[in-house]
Design a protein around this ligand. Structure first.
Ligand SMILES: [Mg+2]
Length: 379
């Protein structure tokens, strides 16, 4: 089988948000977003099979002429990052499209091709904003009512002790039925963003530990491997991180030094992880008796990211859950999953089913594709 043509499909009209959105990881004074967009590839073959993958920035002509069944060779050549000159092409979206074609050729979901051990995966509700305490309590109760078993709050108010007070109030309101996790976003790169000192991170970490927080994400920048390891050693709450790691091998030192109890690779965010990379990180973490809870990027292309992550994580033992952006009224299936006909939603147990159709198992909204998109073609 050979790839003959690749289309890059984008939204024609912006996807409006119900209200302006300023996530907590924006620098103070940042500009709120008012719309989302999406961008993905449709990859054609000489056998009539068409694959889908998110657009992560690599030029689509990289795929022309190759056999989709050589996806392993594609990963090593363009994404491994293990050798000089072989990374930096942001090819994860193309790798995902190759897997979609392989699955469709075999008429099998990717998870089953790779050896699945489950058909649904717990997810946690990842909220995005700094709200008043009462609003956080209300939201935590709402997500618990929807079936979620875990919710993530954002930290980094101007005074970090205010963060602790919010977590304390939410814990008191929801008891221990809901897992609470927090993200300090201390690997942020926004200009003007304020960072915690090591001493602040350690003191806040001890307070969160006392509040039985499940994981503390990015209490320090990812380069501070020793500082992260000291916090992980000092508290029972898991230290989590790794969404900005560009290749699977970026996790080696963090695992060797005990910097992360939970690794959080993202299938596409930094461009070169892909399904193969996610599974490698899971195996590396497993060898160190650590957990993997993948980061999943939001925005209008989200269903492609989530589907690829679910297929990879259906095959491993050490992934207790996957991130699921949920922060109504802005982060909902209605804003995040516009290009697909059947959104990937949670069930009453806070799980998302691994799509059971061939390949990624995503179906496009054909009405939208017929009239509401812009298409660029290379062949
Ligand atoms: Mg994060």
């Amino acid at each position: 089988m050979k790839i003959t043509k690749v289309e890059t499909v984008r939204n024609r009209d912006p996807i409006p948000l119900p209200e302006p959105w300023l996530p907590a990881w924006s620098a103070p004074g940042g500009t709120p977003a008012t719309s989302f967009g999406f961008s993905f590839h449709r990859v054609y073959t000489d056998e009539g099979i068409v694959g889908l993958g998110p657009n992560t920035g690599a030029s689509a002509d990289m795929l022309l002429g190759i056999d989709p069944f050589t996806v392993g060779e594609f990963w090593y050549r363009h994404m491994s990052g293990g050798r000089p000159g072989r990374s930096g092409r942001r090819a994860a979206g193309l790798e995902i499209a190759l897997w979609d074609i392989v699955g469709k050729a075999a008429q099998t979901p990717i998870a089953k091709l790779l050896g699945s051990r489950r058909d649904r995966i717990p997810v946690y509700a990842a909220t995005s904003r700094l709200l008043e305490t009462a609003a956080h309590i209300e939201q935590a109760k709402e997500v618990a009512g929807l079936g979620f078993k875990a919710v993530k709050l954002r930290l980094h108010r101007a005074n970090p002790w205010d963060d602790v007070r919010v977590v304390e109030a939410v814990r008191e309101a929801v008891g221990d039925d809901l897992l609470l996790m927090v993200d300090a976003n201390q690997n942020n790169t926004s200009p003007g963003y304020e960072f915690w000192s090591h001493q602040t991170a350690m003191r806040i970490a001890r307070e969160l530990d006392a509040l039985r927080v499940y994981f503390l994400e990015e209490p320090l920048p990812r380069e501070d491997i020793r500082g992260l390891a000291e916090i992980a050693e000092a508290i029972d709450t898991f230290v989590a991180g790794g969404e900005h790691s560009s290749t699977a091998y970026d996790f080696r030192e963090h695992l060797a030094q005990g910097a992360y109890d939970v690794v959080q690779p993202d299938v596409t965010l930094m461009g070169n992880m892909g399904i193969i990379g996610l599974r490698k990180v899971a195996d590396m973490a497993d060898a160190s008796r650590r957990l993997i809870i993948p980061h999943v990027t939001g925005g209008g292309t989200f269903p492609f990211y989530l589907a690829a992550t679910l297929h990879a994580m259906a095959t491993v033992d050490n992934c207790p859950m996957v991130e699921y952006p949920y922060d109504p009224p802005v982060l909902t299936p209605e804003t995040l999953q516009v290009p697909v006909a059947v959104p990937l939603c949670t069930d009453d147990d806070g799980c998302v089913a691994v799509p059971d159709g061939p390949g990624l198992g995503l179906e496009l909204d054909e009405e939208l594709m017929a009239s509401g998109v812009v298409i660029e073609t290379v062949e």
